[in-house]
Write a protein that binds this ligand. Structure first.
Ligand SMILES: [Zn+2]
Length: 324
């Protein structure tokens, strides 16, 4: 039977429930600590739990936490948030993106760049397989997804090595895959590498493609079978929400409603409600964005409520599933 690997055990996909498909419930990125970027440090379990209560009150049941080790992952804290908050959390093996790698690796005498440089593609594959099958950060808590990422219109040699190693880890374990794109660039180029490495694109979810609200790129990506994650909700300083909603509606009308997932990518204290800054909070998408989307989908002649069930329940249950 297919299963989903959460921090509190493997479950049947239909047990996952209403899911945000890319968020950060706890992260202490070493680079942002070194640079004093305090808004990007999500390190207060009680504050996160107060926001989790907003999420569950709005019907939320599960979160894919997209924090890999290089973005300051702490699986013990995530496990505590899962059990105390009463939500399922899928955690992240692999790596996030190269711009984080000048920072020092936790527990190591070297930076991420140095650690990666000293290892072969096979070494990195074995490391990621261990995170998926043995445990992460010195615990027995295992990753449910393996992640890789690329830069802004650039793939460094180290990012290329890590990406192919993560694809190898997928081939060895069958794990679902997730990728970071910087400002939504290189979506199609990532997919070219996935296909060249003989990995089925439908095992991958690409994040942040709405930072590049280009319906042609979104459609070309979706035609490969990949899952696409809309996680830039409420970032109105970049573009109005209507741009993102229109991109989703265009993808649905092109026949890709079974490949769309949604998350908040909440990774700033100022985005949380309970980190002292009064942001929109972890409940915002389900409580406020969903009704807006349902209304606009209806105006476009679509079944908005049915689409929401797919985006938040049926699609994550497939995107994050491991095979038999
Ligand atoms: Zn993220």
């Amino acid at each position: 039977m297919p299963f989903i690997r959460t921090l509190t055990g493997d479950i049947a996909p239909d047990q996952l429930g209403r899911t945000y498909s890319h968020d950060h419930l706890y992260c202490l990125p070493a680079l942002w600590q070194e640079k004093g970027e305090t808004d990007l440090l999500i390190d207060d379990v009680d504050a996160t739990l107060a926001d989790v209560a907003l999420f569950t009150a709005a019907g939320g049941e599960a979160v894919y936490d997209a924090t890999a080790i290089d973005y300051g992952r702490n699986v013990a804290k995530l496990h505590e948030i899962s059990t105390r908050g009463g939500i399922k959390i899928i955690a992240t093996a692999g790596f996030n993106k190269g711009i984080m790698w000048p920072a020092r690796m936790p527990g190591q005498e070297c930076t991420y760049d140095e650690w990666i440089a000293a290892r072969t593609r096979g070494d990195i594959r074995d490391h990621v397989v261990g995170e998926l099958t043995q445990g992460m950060d010195g615990t027995d808590l295992r990753g449910g997804v393996a992640k890789f990422g690329t830069g802004y219109n650039a793939i460094s040699a180290h990012e290329d090595k890590v990406m192919r190693a993560v694809l190898d880890a997928h081939k060895e374990t069958g794990c679902p895959l997730h990728s970071h794109t910087e400002m939504g660039t290189l979506i199609l180029e990532q997919l070219d590498i996935v296909k060249a490495e003989n990995v089925d694109p439908s095992r991958l979810t690409i994040a942040h493609l709405d930072r590049n609200p280009d319906p042609w790129v979104h459609r070309k990506a979706a035609e490969t079978g990949v899952f696409v994650c809309f996680d830039g909700i409420s970032r109105v300083k970049y573009h109005p929400e209507s741009v993102l909603v229109d991109c989703i509606i265009k993808l649905v009308k092109a026949g890709h409603e079974d490949q769309i997932v949604v998350g908040g990518d909440i990774a700033r204290r100022s985005m949380y409600r309970n980190y002292g800054k009064g942001g929109l909070g972890l409940g915002y998408i389900l409580a406020s964005w969903v009704p807006r989307f349902v209304e606009e989908a209806g105006e476009a002649g679509l079944d908005g409520a049915g689409l929401i069930e797919k985006f938040f329940v049926a699609n994550p249950a497939r995107a994050f599933a491991w095979p038999d």
